[in-house]
Design a protein around this ligand. Structure first.
Ligand SMILES: [Zn+2]
Length: 89
């Protein structure tokens, strides 16, 4: 079941519609979203529209930022693999 939801992009402050291929059952579950507004990945809670790390980015922590960036890259990669798989089927 696909889920659509709205979230606020922390980079552009725009309200963006997100889309998840997975059924969201957990209130605390965050999903990696390829943002339509800034073309970067955000971790968004589809139930609440909350963006993980949005507040932390404003404070700017180098160590956390690098770790989050590396993790985001991994998430984008797996997201792309999933998308490719869906396109082929
Ligand atoms: Zn964004």
């Amino acid at each position: 079941m696909a889920t659509t939801f709205l979230y606020r992009c922390p980079n552009t402050r725009q309200t963006v519609q997100g889309w998840s291929a997975e059924d969201v059952s957990d209130d605390d579950e965050y999903q990696s979203i390829a943002c339509l507004a800034c073309a970067q990945a955000h971790l968004v809670n589809p139930k609440t529209g909350k963006v993980l790390g949005a507040e932390e980015n404003a404070i700017s922590s180098t160590t956390l930022g690098v770790a989050a960036a590396l993790w985001s890259l991994r998430m984008i990669h797996s997201l792309r693999l999933k998308t490719n798989h869906q396109l082929m089927t």
